[in-house]
Each structure stands twice: as C-alpha cells, then as structure tokens.
Design a protein around this ligand. Structure first.
Ligand SMILES: Cc1ncc(COP(=O)(O)O)c(C=O)c1O
Length: 373
C-alpha cells in the first residue's frame, strides 16, 4: 500500500465550496490587503487561544523576528534556543542582529533542557525561545521560572504545536508571546505562507502590528522602521474557515498517534516519542528513533511509504553557523536525535489501514535485519 507522508487534499476536499465562495467574494470586492477578513481571522484565533489579541503576519519566520524586534532585541544581545529545530527559529534571532546561543535538549525528549539553558545564560542574554517540537510542548513552567529569576522573555515557537496543551493551557499562550506558522503542512495551514503572534500583552501585539505594516498605525505616518509582513486577505478568509476544523483535525492526528504507539510498542529497537504527563501533544509529526534510520527509511520508500526527517542536521552544523566553531559533541543529545529521528506518515485523514501498513513494514524491516544478523 502506498502511504504519503502528508496528504492535504483529503482534508480540504469537503471545505472547498465554502473556501471558494469566500475567495470569490474577496476577489469581487478587490480588498486584498488588510481586508475585513484579516481582523475576523485574528479575532477568531484570539477567541480560540483564549487571549485578548492576535496579530497576523506573512509567515512564521517573521512572527519570531518581529516579536524579537518588538521586544527590543538587537546587536549585542543573546537569545537561547535549541539546535534541533527548523532553521527559521535561529535565523529570526540573527535577523535582529543578536547572537544565537544554542542549548542542548533533555535526554529522551526532543525539547530544550532547562538545565542547559540556565548554564548558557550570560549578562547579554535577553530571552529564551523554546520550540514545541513535533507538537509536544516544551517544559514551560521551568522556562517561565528561569525567565522570572533572570529577567528574560520567553517566546514560544509554536509553529508545530497549534492546539497542543501544557497543564491544560494552549501552547502559545504560556510565555511572553507565542509565534505561529501557517506553512501549508502545519496543523493549521494556509494556501501559501502565513503566520501569527499571540500574546496577553496588548502593547507587544500593537508593536508587532506596526512593525509588520511599515511601522505605522495611520496610513501616512511611519513611527518606526518596520517592514511589509501582512497576511493576505484571501488567506485570512481560508484560515478562518479551517480554524473551525482544527480541533477535529488534531483529534484525528491523536488517534493515528495512539495507533502507532500501540502497533510499534512490541518493537524494542524503535524509540517512540516520549510525552511528559503535563503535555497534550497535537502530533504535527510522529517521530520515531532508530539507530539505522536511513536504512529503515529506504526500506519504507521501496514499499511506497514516504517518511520525513525533522531534522537531519543540527543547526550548529549548518554551513551558515560555521563561524560559531561548534564541533561534534557540542550538544550531544541534539546531535544524537538528528542522527536517529524518522518522521512517519501523519496527517488528519490518514486511515487506520495506512497506519497499520506503516507499522507492518517497520516490523518486516526489523525481522529481515534479525534474520540477516
Ligand atoms: C519550528 C519552526 N519554527 C519556525 C518556522 C518558520 O515558519 P515559516 O515557514 O512559516 O516561516 C517553522 C516552519 O517551517 C518551524 O517548523
């Protein structure tokens, strides 16, 4: 059985008439920039988050970058984050002129280690960016406590965790600000790029809003240097329709993850994702660990099963960070994770038969290896 890594068409098929009607209305009105639908979506998302305000921007990278700018981060500052994340997390820090400081992840878990963060704090540290990687919340109590003790901000990189909960509260509403990506394959995906910033602090949101619109509140008065990072009206309308489905889609992902858990449990060689008790993940991706993951991925591909890698190279090994001089062994847990992780097919409309086919193929691979070895 062929199993795609992600199939968006299945989730959009029943929504297309509604989305097309909304888009036709906007096209007839020709209000493509900051049309009414942008505010409608922001209000909708704010209600869904349980926060007073949300500001949309043009992508998740800018959500992080503009939040950092709004918090006054710039040259001479340091911001701490993980090396096993998408490149934009650290890139956003560099875009402000500040320095990225990496800290390792907790063993057996894919998220930032609070102990490692504390050791990385210097007088130049302004804040921490924990990433809720794969849709599993990071240890927010620990980061908020650290931030309180050292006078730091905490920006949650919630790009992969929209709808996840930590001690019953939504990821992205737990720190100074939460930054979201609506990249098409994210749990809430746009028909193109998109992003948002959520915060309980109305001044911070107002500043991000101005920065995303050339530093202005009013049409002809620019109070600061900003940029153009607005979410298109067409995408806002589509996202608002899809947001009504997000809780269901996340439930479907949870069901698929439970089935993977159950079916993979007998395979001792395979590391299944660890979920701390206080976390309710939303399985942006379902990631297993296995020493020979490239061989397993190749075997699955031969059988028509597509997999992904999140992420094969820790950020400190990226050519763009060569000048940091961080060699092998700098962050051993993150480096090991990058060598072993393999993302299995995961999307809301994946069928139980597809999950079973993936698990059966993993079993077949392991059996073959045992026989050969
Ligand atoms: C963890 C993480 N942070 C930030 C981003 C950046 O989001 P975008 O692609 O919308 O710029 C992504 C998405 O690629 C991501 O997965």
């Amino acid at each position: 059985m062929n199993v795609p890594f992600v199939d968006l068409s299945r989730q959009y098929a029943p929504l297309l008439p509604e989305i097309q009607a909304a888009m036709t209305r906007i096209i007839k009105r020709c209000a493509f920039i900051i049309g009414a639908e942008v505010k409608e979506f922001e209000d909708h998302m704010a209600r869904w988050m349980g926060l007073p305000q949300v500001c949309t921007v043009s992508n998740g990278t800018h959500a992080l970058y503009l939040t950092l700018k709004a918090l006054g981060v710039g040259p001479g500052d340091e911001v701490i984050t993980v090396p096993n994340t998408a490149f934009p997390t650290s890139e956003a820090i560099n875009l402000t002129g500040a320095d990225v400081v990496f800290a390792d992840i907790t063993p057996g878990y894919f998220n930032l280690d609070p102990g490692a963060v504390e050791r990385a704090i210097t007088p130049k540290t302004r804040g921490i960016i924990p990433v809720h990687l794969y849709g599993i919340p990071a240890d927010m109590d620990a980061f908020n406590a650290l931030a309180g003790r050292h006078g730091l901000f905490v920006i949650e990189d919630t790009a992969q965790a929209m709808g996840a909960r930590y001690r019953g509260r939504k990821a992205g509403s737990l720190g100074t600000a939460g930054c979201f990506s609506f990249f098409p394959s994210k749990n809430l995906g746009a028909f193109g790029d998109g992003g948002a910033v959520a915060s309980a602090d109305p001044e911070l949101i107002q500043k991000v809003r101005m920065l995303a619109n050339h530093g202005r509140k009013e049409k002809y008065t620019h109070e600061m240097i900003g940029t153009n990072s607005r979410l298109d009206t067409l995408k806002a309308a589509q996202l608002s329709i899809c947001l009504d489905c997000l809780d269901d889609w996340n439930r479907e992902r949870r069901k698929a993850a439970s089935l993977y858990d159950e079916l993979l449990e007998p395979f001792e060689e395979i590391g299944r994702p660890h979920v701390p008790q206080e976390c309710e993940p939303i399985w942006h991706v379902y990631v297993i660990r296995y020493e020979k993951r490239d061989e397993l991925a190749a075997f699955l591909k031969e059988r028509g099963i597509r997999t992904g890698l999140h992420y094969p190279l820790p950020l400190h090994f990226q050519p763009a960070y060569a000048s940091l001089g961080l060699g092998e062994g700098s962050f051993p847990e993150a480096e090991k994770a990058c060598r072993e992780v393999l993302s299995l097919p995961m999307f809301p409309k994946i069928t139980p038969d597809e999950v079973r086919a993936v698990a059966a193929a993993v079993g077949e691979f392991l059996k073959g290896r045992k026989k050969a070895g």
